[in-house]
Design a protein around this ligand. Structure first.
Ligand code: 1HE
Length: 268
């Protein structure tokens, strides 16, 4: 178990991000509430740095937003001066940073409240588990701003809600409520206002208690297998499951269960 305080960082983060460790959980807060956690370049670079610099021993990350909103998306004040080449580089920067979340070292739980819009929704989509408070709402206002998603939304969001819903969101600018988001699979937990952080932390702790190799398989193999043709998928799944079960950690966990020392699977 790690017990480090916020001051123990071996790397610096911008003021728009605030990190702390709680045991083996890393907690990262978007910390620019005065700008509704709008994501400027510095913040995106900070996200990349955070997720690539996670110390060993961290088992899961919890991401949440300070203030009334998770994130108002791209910092629109930085948009004005970019030409096409700079626009491509900017989107690539987001892709690189969010890739470090989705395909990083450990699973990430996002706690969503208030506005989760544009790039904020793209950020949420890169996490592995999403918890919504009832105040959360989702929109892709890019269409109304004359722009397009650039943080991997075209790839990740259709997998969560389908291409048709994403097209609808983008061309009509409609807003979905927390309840809508839960029903359509954008989130998998819906809790009352103020309860998201506790729920997210509880989930992060559960996740951090898994065998690391299982978490690795779920993060890195599962989404790729899901994209493969079935025959390749079965082959890679067989390999992954053989690797996971051969790990001493897996053997110890199965032994615990067989000796009636491990909790049983319970009804939800
Ligand atoms: C911002 C931003 C921002 C707020 N960039 N500064 N995202 C959007 O189109 C959403 C834009 N934001 C909003 O619609 C609203 O701010 C909210 C509904 C999220 C919150 O409303 P509210 O009334 O609580 O706050 P506010 O008064 O609108 O904003 C407070 C301040 O934050 C204000 O600045 P101030 O200096 O006047 O105090 C706002 O200008 C500032 N602010 N949102 C910059 N987004 C990789 S591509 C992704 C593409 C996108 O993400 S497009 C979607 C962009």
């Amino acid at each position: 178990m790690m017990n480090r305080s916020q001051n123990d960082f071996s790397f610096d983060l911008p003021a728009s991000l605030k990190a702390e460790w709680r045991g083996n959980i890393a907690i990262l807060r978007l910390n620019r509430p005065q700008k509704r956690n709008a994501l400027d370049d510095e913040t995106i670079l900070g996200l990349e740095k955070f997720f690539t610099s996670l110390p060993n021993g961290i088992g899961a990350v919890l991401v949440a937003g300070e203030g009334e909103h998770f994130s108002a998306g791209l910092d629109l004040s930085e948009l004005n001066e970019r030409d096409i080449a700079q626009g491509i580089a900017h989107s690539s920067l987001w892709h690189r940073a969010f890739e470090k979340i989705e395909f990083g070292k450990v699973p990430v739980v996002a706690v969503l409240h208030g506005a989760v819009v544009g790039g904020g929704l793209e950020l949420a989509a890169a996490a592995h588990v999403r918890v919504a408070e009832r105040s959360a709402y989702y929109a892709l206002p890019e269409g109304s701003r004359g722009i397009y998603v650039g943080g991997g939304g075209s790839v990740r969001l259709p997998r969560l809600i389908g291409v048709a819903r994403m097209i609808d969101m983008m061309i009509t600018g409609r807003t979905y409520s927390a309840e809508d988001g839960q029903a359509m699979g954008l989130t998998t937990y819906l809790v009352e206002a103020g309860e998201g952080f506790a729920k997210g932390l509880e989930l992060a702790q559960l996740i951090a208690g898994n065998a690391p190799l299982t978490n690795f398989a779920v993060m890195h193999a599962l989404p790729r297998i899901a994209e493969m043709d079935p025959a390749s998928g079965y082959a890679v799944e067989a390999l992954m499951s053989a690797i996971a079960q051969a790990d001493p950690d897996a053997k110890a966990r199965v032994k615990e269960f067989l000796e009636k020392r491990a909790p049983e699977t319970t009804r939800g």
